[in-house]
Design a protein around this ligand. Structure first.
Ligand code: SAM
Length: 230
């Protein structure tokens, strides 16, 4: 269970809302029951249900089980895409251990807004189900121009270009990295040129078939994680 505050030994927490419903009605927790909690800061903790009410319960933190896991230094920069599809990207990015999701505004994007709170809720749910102890950070939406202007030279920018590039598996090198994926309509020619002009940019291919934006994002992260993400 994700708790959005730093956890510590002996702490007592009142759990309410959807989390209380899950523990009381789905897991049928009673006083004395054990529950695992994480806070994305200090790691994973064992909690003991001290008291149950109709719609809430008190959990006492009993012991630390694990430190917060180390997350591979990979950013996923994606143009926002339609609701269900970007939610899916957020969920899978959380499962795969992406450090940071960076929404990037591009010219051909169909969607120009993003509900970061909703994305975070999907990330939390995926992390809880997969026993993760860390969540991806969600950056503020940034224009492609601003992203490229301030690009940190030491971070490889793997630019997924459906028109061709080095196969990602061959392009991966150690160190901080980011994957950049275009929107439904792809990047326009001027954008592709601007991306290629960044010294850290490495145009990469995900194969000869054009993938939907969300598939490209998760395929690229999977390949990078399998090769470099320990
Ligand atoms: N129109 C489809 C959609 O609605 O999702 C396809 C969109 S594709 C143009 C979106 C982005 O996915 C591209 O800008 C690129 O970053 C990435 N992409 C898709 N297929 C790719 C491939 N084979 N190699 C590299 N990048 C790819």
């Amino acid at each position: 269970l994700f708790i959005d505050q730093p956890l510590a030994d002996g702490m007592e927490l009142r759990i309410e809302g959807g989390q209380a419903h899950y523990l009381l009605s789905v897991m049928r927790m009673k006083a004395g029951g054990a529950v695992k909690l994480f806070d994305d800061r200090t790691g994973e903790w064992l909690g003991e249900v001290a008291q149950t009410g109709k719609r809430d319960l008190i959990v006492r933190i009993a012991a630390r089980l694990r430190d917060r896991e180390a997350v591979p230094d990979l950013w996923l920069c994606v143009a926002p895409i339609k609701r269900g599809r970007i939610d899916w990207v957020a969920e899978k990015a959380s499962e795969l251990g992406v450090a940071r999701l960076v929404p990037v505004a591009t010219r051909r994007a169909v969607v120009d807004k993003l509900n970061a709170e909703r994305l975070r809720a999907h990330m939390i749910e995926a992390a809880e189900q997969c026993e993760r102890t860390a969540l991806p950070e969600i950056a503020d939406m940034v224009s492609l121009d601003a992203l490229l202007r301030d690009w940190p030279a030491e971070r490889a920018l793997f630019f997924a270009d459906e028109e061709g590039g080095t196969p990602l598996a061959q392009a991966i090198r150690p160190g901080p990295a980011a994957i950049l994926i275009g929107p439904e309509g792809g990047f326009d020619p001027a954008e592709r040129e601007a991306i290629r002009a960044v010294s850290a940019a490495v145009p990469i291919s995900l194969g000869p078939r054009i993938l939907r934006a969300e598939t490209a994002a998760i395929a690229a992260v999977s390949v990078w994680m399998a090769a470099a993400g320990d």
